[in-house]
Design a protein around this ligand. Structure first.
Ligand code: ADP
Ligand code: GN1
Ligand code: MG
Length: 370
């Protein structure tokens, strides 16, 4: 879709949703890699009201209608829970805005799907922690999210991306991309390819624990990046888990692990100076504490033991997905510069290497919390 087309469809979508104020601007927003996100600013007298408008990524999410059904089911369920505990459902869960026809999504004239959410007021989402408390708060919030979802009937949910964190299957896709080499980029990344080949077994460890019934399948978020949580702008407390597109049955150790992959890295996910990439053990420990507190004692001893394995697995998986996308011509993750996915793959490789150096310390930390 061209920029002009996106702009014209955005205005069409804006017309379709039913909100009382008048929009005065609608600009690109946030740092997500998947959907096209816009911040809508409205004026209501001298008050300002904000919304998030998103064009869902139809290549990634093949069935956006079912995806929105999931989102409505999950947010309705969370709303009830929040009200029951005396919380504020306008700020503690996403609130989808309906169209004038009363539907939670809009299909535009060229077949793209859009949705709108109320903006979580007085909140921030971060791409990097400001201090350890930010990370602790996000751990508590992601942990409590899975705690709250424990009572939800997961059989109602459609699998929005089949085999999303089936790492052995992701490995097969990666090998296929290497073999097909449609962009002729494989020779240039031989070392990176070798790195993932050498770590094949590490990427099977958690899947094996699940297959052998040593850890349970839970309803998990599956995309627990720091910027998928809103923190209260004043108190810094984690208030709302967002980006609910991949809420599906999954592994708690992967939810934990993806947060570590992104948030305990001392550098950005796409940092080009690899000397800046390390695993902060201080952040790792604070997240273990926050996540376990948030889960409220629900994790089994084996799940706790596997937390470092989850972190390594998710870093390997994500790095391999970035490299696969580089090999396939950058069609999945949004890129903003040449070799962006390759840069991202490099940081993940570097982070895995640092986890390997700090492996015993990571294991000792989780032992303390068993
Ligand atoms: P993607 O799937 O592309 O990552 P997200 O749903 O995570 O898209 O949205 C991208 C960013 O937009 C988030 O990281 C957050 O900063 C912001 N955002 C999304 N929904 C809201 C909301 N309801 N209120 C405030 N900010 C939001
Ligand atoms: C994507 O949508 P976003 O930016 O929160 C991706 C995650 C990756 C992450 C890497 C649906 O997350 O799986 O871990 O990028 N989401 C999807 O930054 O593929
Ligand atoms: Mg996101």
């Amino acid at each position: 879709m061209t920029r002009e087309e996106l702009c014209s469809k955005k205005l069409e979508a804006l017309e379709a949703f039913d909100f009382p104020e008048t929009a005065v601007s609608c600009e690109k927003y946030g740092n997500g890699h998947i959907n096209d996100t816009f911040l809508v600013i409205c004026k209501d007298g001298d008050k300002e009201k904000k919304y998030i408008l998103q064009r869902m990524n139809n290549d990634v999410f093949k069935d956006p209608v079912s995806l929105m059904k999931n989102v409505v089911l999950v947010t309705d369920y969370l709303r009830e829970q929040i009200i029951a505990r005396g919380g504020d459902p306008e700020r503690e869960t996403l609130n989808p805005v309906r169209t004038r026809e009363g539907i939670a999504y809009y299909k535009d004239s060229i077949g793209s799907y859009w949705r709108m959410y109320k903006f979580i007021t007085d909140s921030v989402s971060l791409d990097k922690v400001r201090d350890t408390d930010d990370f602790y708060q996000s751990g508590v919030a992601f942990g409590s999210f899975s705690g709250q979802m424990a009572g939800f009937d997961a059989s109602q949910l459609v699998e929005t991306i089949p085999d999303f964190h089936n790492t052995p299957k992701r490995y097969e896709t990666f090998e296929r991309a290497v073999e097909e080499d449609i962009c002729g980029r494989a020779a240039g990344v031989a070392e990176e390819i070798e790195f993932f080949r050498a770590h094949k077994q590490d990427m099977e460890y958690c899947a094996k624990a699940l297959a052998e019934g040593r850890i349970p399948l839970r309803v998990t978020h599956n995309d627990t990046k720091l910027n998928n949580i809103m923190l209260d702008a004043k108190t810094g407390k984690g208030i709302c888990v967002i980006d609910l597109d991949t809420v599906m049955p999954g592994l708690s150790v992967f939810d934990f692990g993806d947060s570590i992959r992104f948030g305990a890295n001392t550098a950005a996910e796409d940092e080009q100076d690899l000397s800046k990439v390390t695993l902060s053990l201080e952040l790792f420990e604070i997240y273990v504490k926050g996540y376990l507190e948030g889960c409220g004692g629900a994790l089994t001893e084996e799940e706790i033991r596997l937390l470092p394995y989850g972190a390594k697995n998710m870093t390997l998986e994500c790095g391999m997905r970035f490299l696969t996308d580089h090999l396939q011509g950058d069609t999945y993750f949004m890129i903003h510069r040449e070799n962006h996915n390759l840069d991202r793959a490099h940081t993940q490789i570097e982070l895995v290497k640092d986890m390997e150096r700090k492996w015993e310390q990571m294991r000792d930390i989780v032992e303390k919390y068993k």
